[in-house]
Design a binder for this molecule. Sequence first.
Ligand SMILES: [Zn+2]
Length: 330
Amino acid sequence: MTNRTAHPIEKFAREAFAAGWALSGGPMTERVRTACETAVLIATEAADDPDVLKATIDLGKLEGMWALLFQRREEQQARHAAEVRALWRDLADRDDIAALVDRLRHQLGVFEARSPEQRRLRDDVLAAARAMLRALADRSGFTALRIALRNAIAAGRAEGVVNAVAIAAERAGRIGLDWNLAFKDAYQAMERLDDLWADAGSWLSRMIDGVADDLGRTLADGLEASLDRDALIDAAGELLTGDTEAVAFTVDWAMTTAADEGALALYRSEGVLQIDIISAGDGRVCSSCIDAEAGSPWHIGDQPRMPLHPACRCCYSADVSLAHFASWFL
Ligand SMILES: [Zn+2]
């Protein structure tokens, strides 16, 4: 416990931050709580400044907006990843996996690989896993997967547009954005975009390769550990029915990329010339993100392509005229 007497402005600063946060409509998160403590501290140090409480309200609004933005993205990514994962579950049945395992065991003969051989074994197993998954790609299940990915990308782009408007509104001090209404509107506009299908196709390829890597690794490990046929089939089946990281990883990456593309498309259509990059400050920020932020503002077109790495949450930020988006505000 501290013996420090509370500065008289503390209570008011806390209320001011909370009022700003409430205006944002954002969730209460650990990050918002920490930001509140920082804002209160700043307020006590600048207690003589007549605008200090107004500035504290603004900080609350800003933190609330970011909390809402990240929460919406996380929720959407989790939902779409779950849908795509469920479709994977139906793709490969036990017969497919058994056939793959039998082919591998036949190809490799008795397994007694030593180090030089081992590398080749892993390559062979990986190639076989890829071939199996690519062969499955002809089946109808992949149509459903492609549709699910296309929808995920459309949602990502729409959210990116909404986020760009939310950030611009925050920069302009405009409150009252109806995020859900804006999302619905932006998502509908995506229906006309044909390039979403091309995007979905290339993300699906990446996903197949990612799952094939996981599957190949599981099978190679199993062969090295001299698992019998049934145990190998079980291990591969378990991976394909839900344990593979590659699916959520790829959906996450695809949707973040789509969100950044959505924001960029909006900036271009609104004639924005300069954009900033804001790092997410979430422990996943790498040095290239920090450099991208430090290099701001960027002339549009010269900025680094976000996301800079998978699971990157850093964002573009720019001033945008809100005139075209008046119907999204209450
Ligand atoms: Zn980043």
